[in-house]
Write a protein that binds this ligand. Structure first.
Ligand code: PMT
Length: 417
């Protein structure tokens, strides 16, 4: 069984999604894990600890200062015992507390005491999720190396619609399953040797921002201009960068592709929103990869009313969008900047022209509008160029191609730094 002998500490904090943590406990147990549950006081208002006890087969811990519980297994012992610590649901309040090192209950104390991989599966109202305070706390947690299992979009318990609903138990279980049982399960000799962790300093991941997918440029309330990007290439890069030890922020247009687990995922719609999201997240960014197919132009006017189809012809006036990639590379102290080039002809000439004009460190060029590779497909091939070199990456699955590109990027990144 995939989780045989894995010791999983489940921190349950107070929100309506507590009921889903019961199913999560059941799924983790079914995979062979030994699960111990810790609840905050407010979580016990939603579901009785007895339910978790019945499913996990162990007493539930909820008091920090309970001599009996401390005698059985104290909080430091619990933290040492765990192979993985999962907080699901993690409320806005708990995220804020752990981001700032407050330890006033058992769950937040265990956060400070645990040295194992930590996952948080937030659950809250969509306005609370979007609030700059929550987003700032998530960024802090990312610098602690916490893995985020992003909340989903949909109807919330309060009746409103938006992002904030806790990920489904199956999704959380799959995310936790990705944690390597041994450090060299990543395929490297040890975590310190992962290519996207700062050399010499153990477990200091590089910060990578990746853009992916197509932007949508609204014409009226129901129509928009877009392109064929599915997000597959950018999402595969996010997974490959994570496996190489990086802290990944994925900024994506609307896609039908499920976002990778554990990365900081930001969904946007338009090129201007993508530009804003990139610049809001650039602090301490080591590597920027622009895999998104950003619309070069947007309709100059987006009316409140649907455009009527009375006229035989209509004219759209378009306004140039900001060039996200070029603006990142033009910063005083830019991250290592990698662009993509989607070309229908003269691939090398146009790619090298973009490399120079946009002042990039590297560019990965792919053919588009052909039978294979490029937009929407599961496979792709790339010609990668930098100032004094180039490398061809042959047609293969996007997941494998992304792994090869991330390796190449890390080599060039260290050659430059
Ligand atoms: O998403 P998939 O279906 O998997 O397809 C993958 C892909 C074909 C979309 C991907 O491999 C790719 O080529 N992405 C870049 C597509 C593109 O917009 O290329 P471009 O040559 O028009 O742009 C050059 C670079 O500038 C790109 O890095 C782009 O992200 C960036 N750009 C462009 C315009 C703009 N306003 N801002 C930008 O940042």
């Amino acid at each position: 069984m995939p989780f045989s002998n894995r010791k999983i500490l489940l921190g349950v904090t107070g929100g309506i999604a507590v009921y889903k943590a019961l199913e999560l406990t059941r799924l983790l147990k079914k995979q062979g894990a030994d699960v111990r549950v810790v609840m905050t006081k407010s979580a016990t208002a939603f579901v009785q600890p007895l339910s978790f006890q019945a499913l996990s087969g162990h007493s539930v811990h909820f008091e920090l200062l309970d001599t009996e519980a401390e005698n059985a297994m104290g909080h430091i012992e619990l933290a040492r015992w765990a192979d993985v610590f999962v907080m699901a649901p993690a409320t806005a309040n708990t995220l804020a507390k752990i981001a700032h090192g407050l330890a006033d209950d058992l769950v937040s104390t265990l956060y400070l005491a645990a040295t194992c991989p930590i996952y948080v599966a937030p659950a809250m109202n969509h306005a609370m999720w979007k609030h700059p305070a929550t987003q700032a706390n998530l960024k802090i947690l990312q610098t602690h190396g916490v893995n985020l299992i992003a909340p989903e979009s949909g109807e919330q318990a309060c009746g409103e619609i938006g992002v904030g609903r806790m990920a489904e138990p199956e999704t959380i279980c799959r995310g936790v399953l990705q944690t390597p049982a041994h450090e060299d399960d990543f395929g490297y000799t040890g975590r310190c040797n992962l290519p996207l962790q700062k050399s010499g300093v153990c477990k200091t991941p590089l910060r990578i921002i990746i853009t992916a997918g197509a932007t949508r440029e609204p014409l009226d309330p129901v129509r928009y201009l877009t392109n064929r990007s599915s997000g597959k290439m950018g999402y595969a890069l996010a997974v490959a960068a994570q496996k190489s030890g990086a802290n990944v922020t994925l900024i994506s247009g609307v896609t039908h592709t499920a976002p990778p687990l554990n990365c900081h995922f930001i969904q946007v719609e338009t090129a201007e929103q993508m530009h804003t999201a990139v610049f809001e997240n650039l602090e301490n960014c080591d590597i920027f990869i622009g895999a998104a197919a950003v619309a070069d132009y947007r309709p100059i006017v987006c009316g409140d009313e649907k455009i009527k189809k009375n006229a035989e012809q209509i004219t759209l006036t378009l306004q140039k969008n900001p060039d996200i990639l070029a603006n990142v590379a033009a910063l005083d102290s830019p991250p290592f900047t990698v662009g993509f080039a989607a070309e229908t002809h003269e691939l090398e000439r146009y790619a090298r022209e973009k490399l120079t004009r946009k002042k990039l460190n590297m560019i990965a060029a792919n053919w588009v509008g052909r039978d294979e590779g490029g937009f929407e497909r599961d496979e792709n091939a790339l010609e990668v160029f930098w100032r004094d070199g180039q490398q061809s990456l042959a047609m293969t699955e996007k997941s494998e191609l992304a792994r090869q590109l991330i390796t190449l990027i890390s080599e060039r990144y260290y050659a430059k730094n």
